[in-house]
Design a protein around this ligand. Structure first.
Ligand code: ZN
Length: 223
């Protein structure tokens, strides 16, 4: 498989390098409920390395993971970072150059075990190809992340559907929280948390994802 490169919605490659993914947990109340979990007192942050990034435009191979239990989809709004953002930066939203969708692939049984033992989540969250990214829509300075609707269909059945308005920590505040901890660099992505409806993927599944009315990926084949 060719190395991952960020893509724009029109299919052209993006000149930004591919970087790390900063991911947010527990950002929608309905997902916290479905996990029988408790709200966090501050945004939950975790990371996926550059080697985890792959594209919704390629077939997603999961068969080598099948002995590890259930592999869940988590559809999330993804932000593509265009300029360095750190704790001294202002106008953080203007550092975002693209918005798209990401699937935070999660080995749910592995994660449950790690959680129970109080261990870090990397084995469940940061493995190769665990961060599946759609092409990005370009945004201009001054954009506002209000009212972004995300939808995932698996085999034509709608599995996840929500709106950025339902985030417990909205996008601008998430960026502020993140840069207090870690510098965001050009080509990094931020995954902003998943709403309810997560569930297992199986070989043969076909996925479609939409951001507002825009279908950003279709016929993503799981093998
Ligand atoms: Zn997630």
């Amino acid at each position: 498989m060719t190395p991952y490169q960020h893509l724009w919605r029109n299919g052209s490659p993006c000149t930004l390098p591919s970087g790390k993914a900063v991911c947010v947990g527990k950002n929608y109340a309905d997902h916290i409920r479905e996990m029988n979990s408790k709200a966090a007192r501050q945004p939950v942050l975790f990371f996926k390395p550059r080697s985890a990034l792959c594209s919704t435009q390629d077939t997603l191979e999961i068969s080598h993971l099948s002995h590890l239990g259930e592999l869940h989809h988590e559809l999330e709004i993804a932000l593509l970072i265009g300029t360095t953002l750190n704790r001294h930066s202002s106008e953080l939203l203007n550092g975002v150059v693209g918005i798209g969708l990401g699937i935070d692939l999660t080995l749910r049984d592995v994660q449950a075990e790690l959680k129970q033992e109080g261990l870090p989540w990397e084995r469940a969250k940061a493995f190769d190809n665990s961060c599946v990214l759609s092409p990005f829509l370009q945004v201009e300075d001054g954009w506002q992340p209000d009212n972004l609707e995300l939808t995932l269909w698996v085999n034509e059945v709608q599995r996840q559907h929500s709106n950025s308005q339902l985030m417990l920590t909205p996008i601008a505040d998430l960026l502020h929280e993140i840069v207090q901890v870690v510098t965001l660099e050009p080509g990094d992505v931020v995954l902003t948390g998943t709403p309810a409806g997560v569930g297992p993927l199986r070989a043969g599944d076909n996925l479609r994802g939409a951001l507002n009315q825009d279908i950003l990926f279709d016929k993503l084949r799981i093998e």
